[in-house]
Design a protein around this ligand. Structure first.
Ligand SMILES: Cc1cc2nc3c(=O)[nH]c(=O)nc-3n(C[C@H](O)[C@H](O)[C@H](O)COP(=O)(O)OP(=O)(O)OC[C@H]3O[C@@H](n4cnc5c(N)ncnc54)[C@H](O)[C@@H]3O)c2cc1C
Length: 461
């Protein structure tokens, strides 16, 4: 079995398959780390699916995935905060749309929305800008750490026996037909033979599908730029503040993060051209627009320091739903068009993939329990190792700070470099420890971090 793409979706699928010791599974990715594509650059919301298209596969998988990931996060120590969302109406038209959104939520199996009048909205979110006429509260919406989620899936899969091949782009697929048929994958790192194949290639799922002769959909990347505001802004925002959705997507939102920042974004820009799938550049125009829109929602954010800006690319296909399809004759499953909700749906998508594979004839054999794992809790409410006297007494490296902004110790960096799926770049290390993720963005600790990486054999760029 080979899963192509080690984003949050492919890693979740590999973890699901790792429950079956009789399967020999490879998880391959063109990049040098897991979760280094769209999965590293999103809004980090664990959606309930309240606003999905009722009856769609996405609706079901986001609803189920949300429940599954909340339980998984609690088991593994992935930071998650159930802050709830407010869909804020800023004009009469938006206010009139709220009851229909509540009805849509019910059709999606979500019954807990509450309509709020202007006074109730202000009581719940005191720093909101002037002019909010009402809101729909969605108490089940949460924020989660997207990086430790993918990392937890991949780590658990690898510890259960999955072979992880990074820097391993699959360039070509040949098929050997007949009873003992298999796929021959030509990759940057040699040839892989596999009987079963899962396409979790994200933005390139359409191109991968073409390698197997399918033209079911085309991915047109939709770029979303985001601003990261420094931690003092976290006290200004209590909920995920959503706009009433438009045809282009969920629109610009303001959301707290589990790491103690506030995000403003994302933009929604359809990109074309040969480099569109790699175009994660931010633009002055995009960021200025976000700054202005964020300040209209919560005016006090205008004074907040911007720590970072980034952009992610949604795998939009022009279809309302995911493009998930099994091709039993080829022993192949495509997970395409997972645009804006892949983090939320990941565990349910993985279970659905296993169903499709077994429906196509896979006999995975008996299942076994996965090895339990814990990831470092990088949430703002967690007690960091540098304040744990017991840890420091056992190992002084936890008392030696490398990144002062985020209070990351030498011990944590060492642990990440020694881990099952170790980072090889400063960005990979940041996703595992938060080093260089604070207000100085590595001005102070960058050289030390690069040196630690170099000594561990990584690429200190
Ligand atoms: C701005 C933005 C905000 C979002 N906000 C949210 C949110 O709040 N909540 C939520 O649930 N979702 C959100 N999403 C959506 C979510 O991030 C995605 O649905 C999810 O990350 C998709 O994961 P993936 O594994 O399918 O793709 P990716 O993470 O892109 O992984 C695909 C992987 O496949 C690899 N690959 C491709 N082709 C090949 C090949 N030929 N050989 C080997 N490897 C290959 C790539 O290198 C890549 O690592 C957001 C997305 C964006 C862009």
């Amino acid at each position: 079995m080979t899963v192509v793409g080690a984003g949050v979706v492919g890693s979740a699928v590999a973890r699901e398959l790792a429950r079956y010791p009789a399967l020999r599974t490879a998880l391959v990715d063109a990049r040098d780390d897991v979760g280094d594509g769209t999965s590293k650059a999103n809004t980090a919301i664990l959606h309930t699916g309240f606003d999905a298209v009722p009856g769609s596969l996405e609706s079901r998988l986001v609803r189920d995935g949300s429940r599954l990931l909340a339980a998984y996060a609690a088991d593994c120590g992935i930071p998650l905060e159930r802050v709830g969302a407010l869909l804020v109406a800023w004009d009469e038209e938006q206010l009139a749309a709220l009851p229909a959104l509540a009805a849509k939520a019910r059709r999606n199996g979500y019954d807990d929305t509450v309509l709020l009048d202007a006074a109730e909205v202000r009581a719940r979110e005191p720093r909101l800008g002037p002019g909010a006429l009402g809101a729909l509260a969605v108490p089940g919406e949460s924020v989660v750490c997207p990086w430790s989620t993918t990392l937890a899936y991949a780590t658990q899969a690898v510890r259960a026996g999955t072979d992880l091949h990074l820097n391993c782009r699959v360039a070509r697929v040949d098929q050997v037909t007949g009873a003992a048929g298999h796929h021959v994958l030509t990759t940057d790192r040699g040839t892989l033979r596999t009987r079963w194949l899962v396409n979790a290639a994200g933005l390139r799922a359409d191109e991968f599908d073409l390698l197997l002769g399918h033209r079911d959909f085309t991915v047109r990347p939709r770029r979303g730029q985001l601003l990261v505001l420094d931690t003092p802004a976290r006290d200004l925002v209590r909920h995920i503040l959503l706009p009433v959705p438009t045809a282009l997507g969920k629109g610009v939102l303001v959301t707290p993060t589990v790491h103690g920042n506030v995000l403003v974004g994302p933009t929604a820009e359809d990109l074309d051209g040969p480099d569109a799938k790699d175009d994660t550049a931010t633009t002055a125009e995009g960021l200025e627009g976000l700054r202005a829109q964020g300040a209209r929602i919560v005016p006090a954010l205008l004074g907040a320091e911007v720590t970072a800006a980034y952009a992610g690319l949604r795998a939009a296909t022009g279809h309302e739903d995911y493009r998930v399809r099994a091709h039993p004759a080829q022993r192949y499953v495509t997970l395409g068009g997972v645009r804006s909700t892949g983090l939320s749906a990941s565990l349910a998508l993985a279970a659905h993939t296993l169903d499709l594979l077994t429906g196509a004839g896979l006999d995975p054999g008996p299942s076994a329990a996965l090895p339990p794992i814990r990831v470092p809790d990088l949430g703002r409410t967690a007690e960091r190792p540098c304040v744990r006297a017991d840890l420091i007494a056992r190992d002084p490296a936890y008392g030696t700070l490398v990144c002062h902004c985020e209070r990351v110790s030498l011990g944590e960096i060492r642990d990440a470099l020694d881990s099952t799926v170790p980072p090889v770049t400063p960005d990979g290390l940041r996703r595992r420890t938060r080093a260089r993720g604070g207000r100085c963005q590595g001005s102070h600790c960058g050289a030390a971090v690069r040196d630690l990486l170099r000594r561990a054999g990584g690429t200190p760029t």
